[in-house]
Design a protein around this ligand. Sequence first.
Ligand SMILES: Nc1ncnc2c1ncn2[C@@H]1O[C@H](COP(=O)(O)OP(=O)(O)OP(=O)(O)O)[C@@H](O)[C@H]1O
Ligand SMILES: [Mg+2]
Length: 174
Amino acid sequence: MYEETGNRNDMARLILVCGPTGAGKTTYALSLCKEIGAIRFSIDPWMQTLFSKDMTSLDYSWMMERVNRCYEQIWQVSEQVLALNGSVVLDLGFTTKAQRGVFFAHANKINLHPELHYLDASKDIRKTRIKKRNLEKDPSVYSFEVTDTMFHFMEPKFEVPDQVELSHGCKVNT
Ligand SMILES: Nc1ncnc2c1ncn2[C@@H]1O[C@H](COP(=O)(O)OP(=O)(O)OP(=O)(O)O)[C@@H](O)[C@H]1O
Ligand SMILES: [Mg+2]
């Protein structure tokens, strides 16, 4: 007879992973998915597969417009997974409070309370990790080269989550 064990029938979880460049978001998302049995969406391979061939220069607003299109589609699938009581981990950059807010609002509409997992490490550590990742090109975490210029461009854009955002979540020092 089927026996209920462990987390199998627990409530579906929706987890948003955020943090600055190289904080370890994708690494963390991969291991969390394994641990809790969740579906993962990571934005970098989506952008790489769908749009890298169409990119003529590094244009941030061009990219963000397409990131937002991916967000829409990723949410549509996430919603179906959550409706089936599956858990979803979103590794979608979530640089700004507004981006996170979009997904909080989506989740609230279906009566889910998403968790925000905020990852952080010092700038020096993150820079070293990115350099290493550029060399190793491990496909589980590497989608494209992140140059020094890109790293420094993104640095001031990251908005640290506030207490309200983290009220249902946690900070992880990586
Ligand atoms: N806790 C950790 N300790 C040491 N190395 C780590 C840790 N987490 C991730 N790394 C390594 O650091 C590099 C960057 O990690 P990862 O790709 O997961 O970061 P990210 O936050 O997803 O980066 P990005 O902002 O570019 O998406 C990878 O090579 C990974 O193997
Ligand atoms: Mg990543």
